[in-house]
Design a protein around this ligand. Structure first.
Ligand SMILES: NC(=O)c1ccc[n+]([C@@H]2O[C@H](COP(=O)([O-])OP(=O)(O)OC[C@H]3O[C@@H](n4cnc5c(N)ncnc54)[C@H](O)[C@@H]3O)[C@@H](O)[C@H]2O)c1
Length: 287
């Protein structure tokens, strides 16, 4: 009886390990040298993947990738690339092919994230919102995700296997609460607001997710989105206390608290999931 139990327990442990195992898989994280991208890459590396951190030169993705390799073991690669330029992505694809031979997972994580919670950003108001900022935000957040999906997804489609994960936001589901950003000393027409592009980009990514999920379903590519809530990053006391009141769990996320969901969505643990949006927001959008 005891021997039977231990063999069932053993099989269970093996099954769990297998569901989340990413060894022999190659995963790209765009914006991989940023605040969250590195942590997304870290959990994939911890599960055995070769991780490619793709980011702009100024973000120094090579340095972050060396750190991943040192910390987790499987070889990681940092590539300087601009996701808004298809030629830059094709170049990145050649480097990845040369190093690892394939791509299994793509996380579209890069975005422009202008910080308006620090005040002094009256340009963020719709009436003054610069057209060039609109175009630049859409170019990175939406066009970049489209181009990466096309360049790397086509390769996955040819092999009939792959996972794409788009990083949206709780603001893909709800409008920003502009009271969070108020600066009491400023007149109404200079109050900072969360830029319109953030809502547009994040909502658009959910549309891209559904489109690609059905488009590539017969090619065995699963495409999902994750909608994270805000991450604590030394925001002002006033901002934190206002936001806390909007979140049932009463706090922002820590930067490693999306790792479980990232691993789930990129591994075989989510093998029957596509076209979905996983919301992880401390309960904010259920109010
Ligand atoms: N931090 C949060 O509170 C939060 C909350 C919800 C959703 N998100 C989303 O999570 C993702 C990561 O957020 P973060 O806080 O790590 O942001 P971040 O600004 O720290 O990182 C974004 C990265 O994208 C890179 N990038 C920008 N333009 C690029 C381009 N053209 N080509 C390649 N790389 C480019 C930047 O260099 C940067 O390293 C974003 O999509 C963000 O909108 C963040």
């Amino acid at each position: 009886m005891r021997a039977e139990q231990s063999s069932t327990a053993q099989q269970g442990t093996t099954r769990v390990a297998k569901l989340f195992d990413l060894s022999q898989r190659v995963a790209i994280v765009t914006g991989g040298a940023g605040l969250l991208g590195y942590h997304h890459g870290a959990i994939l590396a911890a599960a055995g993947a070769n991780v490619v951190l793709l980011d702009l030169p100024g973000a120094n993705p090579e340095h972050r990738a060396e750190h991943l390799t040192r910390e987790y073991g499987p070889e990681s690669l940092g590539i300087r690339a601009d996701i808004t330029r298809e030629s830059s992505l094709e170049n990145a694809r050649s480097q990845i092919r040369e190093k690892f031979g394939r791509v299994d997972i793509l996380i579209n994580n890069a975005a422009n994230n202008p910080k308006v919670e620090d005040g002094n950003t009256s340009w963020s108001r719709l009436e003054h919102f610069p057209l060039e900022v609109w175009e630049a935000d859409i170019r990175v957040g939406l066009t970049g995700a489209f181009l990466c999906s096309r360049v790397f997804g086509a390769e996955m489609a040819a092999r009939k296997s792959g996972v794409i994960l788009n990083v949206a936001s709780d603001l893909a589901l709800i409008a920003p609460d502009q009271r969070l950003y108020r600066v009491d000393s400023l007149p109404e027409d200079q109050q900072p607001v969360k830029p319109v592009t953030y809502s547009v980009v994040k909502t658009g990514l959910i549309g891209l997710t559904r489109y690609l999920a059905t488009y590539w379903s017969s090619s065995n590519i699963r495409v999902n989105a994750i909608s994270p809530g805000g991450v604590f990053n030394d925001q002002s006391h006033i901002f934190l206390s206002r936001l806390k009141d909007l979140i049932p769990m009463g706090r922002m996320a820590n930067r490693d608290e999306y790792q479980g969901a990232i691993l789930f969505l990129c591994s075989d643990a989510s093998s029957y999931m596509t076209g979905a949006n996983l919301v992880i927001d401390g309960g904010r959008t259920c109010l």
